[in-house]
Design a binder for this molecule. Sequence first.
Ligand code: NAD
Length: 423
Amino acid sequence: MATLIAHDEFNVYESAEARFEVAARRVGLEEGLYRFMRYPNKEITVYIPVMLDSGHLEVFTGFRVHHSIVRGPCKGGIRFAPDVTLDEVRALASWMTWKCAVVNIPFGGAKGGVICDPSKLSAGEMERITRRYTAELSDWIGPERDVPAPDLGTNEQTMAWVMDTYSMHLRHTVTGVVTGKPIDLGGSLGRHEATGRGLQIVCDKAVEKLGLRRETARVIVQGFGNVGSSATWLLHQAGYKIVGVADVHGALYNENGIDVPRLLDWVTVQGRSLPELPDGGLRLSSQQILFQPCEILVPAAVENQITSENAHRLQTRILCEGANGPCTAMADEIVDKKGIFVIPDILANAGGVTVSYFEWVQDRQGYFWREHEVNERLKDVMEHSFDEVVRYAETNEVSNRIAAYILAIARVASALKLRGIYA
Ligand code: NAD
């Protein structure tokens, strides 16, 4: 197989391109289609004037990238973080295209971001940034155009403000403009923990495939936000032994198993610092936790955690990617050579966008499903997609990651050929 080359290992756009390149060549994509799919459909930069609580007028920079509308409206989160770049948003938008195609839901990919630090902003400032960002983008988003969702630094409340702002501009309530909304505003039951539930479903499949047992499978989760905390809880409930957890403040490792209900209460109810859980285990750094012995490692925090410099230190059987891009393209070969069974991000964390799709369907129907219906449909999609990716990888002797990319690229290419090029 061709080696993955990224000139700047930590540029996530280059990492995304490197995988696309290998998969596109392997699938024999025609040159014209290759060029079409490589570049985003549209990139929008907005400058967001916001009056801060201090009375100071600040201008924030925001982006929205539409990577593809070939298979349907584009779909992707909005990230509020101080280090957001256009390259990062581009990469995340293209991953959304491939992710939606891997699980075969009728969306293209998009992503948005605003350069700001939510930890330093009041609720009022967050609301004003969100509303002005939405107003600036109101010609480009909508249930048939582009449907945002939460990502790092944004949440259900942010989506409520996007929905309200968009609706005020249209003069009627449009719940389907965003997903990941509060339940009372047309959100879906099961959406909040959907990404974590999807991770648990594919871990179950991988454990079964490798002949492991849940009770003896040790799990480490890096990241304790929406994705990481839901995955930790659901994996614990399913009988796995959680031996390591981490957030931005540090990590805990406990080979006897971490007391997950006590940890969740400590962090999410009491608002205390994760590594300070009394008698929680050995305190390590958020990076060190990745290299402790386990059967399943779930990086569910940020990008570029596993690199060509450190991948040789991994001691896991299964790498289940909860975050987007936790492993750089240059680390892929090292991970594969170690025989680690990789469940790539565009498959592993697709539970979130799958239930977002269910939310969009329910909003458009005006008819809401019960939680067990949402969870059963999610299980069906995740299991089927896992089987397709692993079967393709085995039959064609490629990694699971490249198999996922190939399936996704082939689906987008097929839709593109059927539609043809307008004008
Ligand atoms: P979040 O903001 O709720 O949580 C992020 C967590 O990561 C926090 O616990 C934070 O402390 C921790 N963290 C940040 N930097 C860290 C570091 N350097 N080391 C260790 N921990 C660190 O975000 P989230 O929604 O849980 O998203 C996490 C990842 O999952 C992101 O890559 C996101 O793009 C991806 N993702 C999220 C969803 C979703 O539904 N929320 C869906 C698919 C993928």
